[in-house]
Design a protein around this ligand. Structure first.
Ligand SMILES: Cc1cc2nc3c(=O)[nH]c(=O)nc-3n(C[C@H](O)[C@H](O)[C@H](O)COP(=O)(O)OP(=O)(O)OC[C@H]3O[C@@H](n4cnc5c(N)ncnc54)[C@H](O)[C@@H]3O)c2cc1C
Length: 284
């Protein structure tokens, strides 16, 4: 769905409770923001919400709308106030035509907000992530960059609501370098608490030469466990979640086509999973 197709007519206010940098200093800035919403719709894990960056002047620019994912289980902050968490990467990009570097408007606006600041929110959008009914369902999570944020919330929800969940959970997390794995680096590993579950395993997919912009080696991370994952993908109790930048789609198609040695067979299986609501993508 294109950004201009989202309904942004219902807008409500959020108040920043805190904003903390969670990426190491030598990497791109990613901040975790806690936002309170006093009067607004109910947020759930798997939802995305919109941010409206106000126009800089009456003539200069238009409102700017961008989407962000719920990064934790929405909580109550008392008096009917909801508390949500978001992980935002400060983005800059090189314009294809001018060759100049620009700062992304929404991400910089959000990263510059501080405790007490107010912002305009829309949504939520999308379908909340469901906890599988089967206690032995398999869950495969494939995330890249800030795409890890909804998975962090989902894992918390999964083991909080079903502490005895017995299905295999496999997380593949891609980034240029180990330092860029937010929520899974030396300073902070939110997934460490699940390793002793015995059913949870996490794998890192990194670029062999991040400074040369080599692509993330999904083939190594997933390809090395190809048969296990493929067997899971043939099981009717498997749910796959993919989140991150859109480029991940082609990379994964290449990796899975390689595992089964047939692009046609892979695309057919993926279409079946998608039709059954068992391949869920959040791409941007
Ligand atoms: C459903 C959905 C959920 C999203 N969830 C999140 C989230 O939880 N956290 C988050 O930081 N962003 C998220 N995004 C991306 C976000 O909506 C914005 O696109 C991003 O913050 C850049 O907006 P901007 O206005 O600053 O810059 P823009 O002018 O919109 O974009 C500038 C450039 O940055 C690239 N870019 C956009 N997002 C990222 C990113 N996260 N990492 C690296 N490069 C990027 C774009 O491809 C573009 O080239 C999500 C997008 C979608 C569609």
């Amino acid at each position: 769905m294109r950004l201009d197709e989202f309904d942004t007519t219902y807008r409500f206010e959020g108040k920043v409770v805190s904003s903390e940098r969670i990426s190491p200093p030598e990497t791109d800035e990613v901040r975790e923001m806690v936002i309170d919403i006093q009067d607004g719709p109910k947020f759930e894990v798997g939802h995305n919400f919109g941010i409206i960056v106000p126009a800089e002047s009456a003539f200069g620019s238009k409102d700017h709308f961008r989407l962000y994912s719920v990064a934790d289980i929405p909580a109550s902050a008392g008096n009917g106030t909801q508390r949500i968490v978001v992980a935002v990467k400060r983005v800059s990009y090189i314009d294809d035509y001018s060759g100049e570097r620009y700062q992304g408007r929404a991400s910089n606006y959000l990263c510059d907000l501080r405790s007490g600041d107010r912002l305009t929110i829309t949504g939520p959008y999308g379908t909340p992530y469901k906890i599988p009914e089967e206690n032995d369902a398999n869950i495969v999570l494939i995330g890249m960059g800030t795409g890890i944020a909804p998975f962090r919330a989902y894992m918390k929800l999964l083991y909080a609501t079903r502490p005895d969940f017995a299905g295999a959970v496999r997380l593949f997390y891609g980034a240029r370098s180990g330092l860029e794995l937010i929520y899974m680096n030396e300073e902070r590993d939110d997934f460490a608490q699940y390793y002793d579950k015995g059913t949870f395993e996490a794998f890192k997919a990194l670029s062999p030469r991040p400074h040369w912009s080599d692509p993330i080696a999904w083939d190594e991370a997933i390809g090395d466990r190809g048969m296990e994952i493929w067997t899971m993908l043939l099981d009717h109790k498997t749910y796959v979640f993919v989140a991150g930048m859109e480029e991940i789609r082609d990379h994964l198609d290449d990796v899975f086509a390689g595992i089964v040695d047939s692009r046609e067979q892979w695309l057919r299986r993926k279409a079946e999973l998608q039709a059954g609501g068992r391949w869920i993508e959040l791409l941007y």
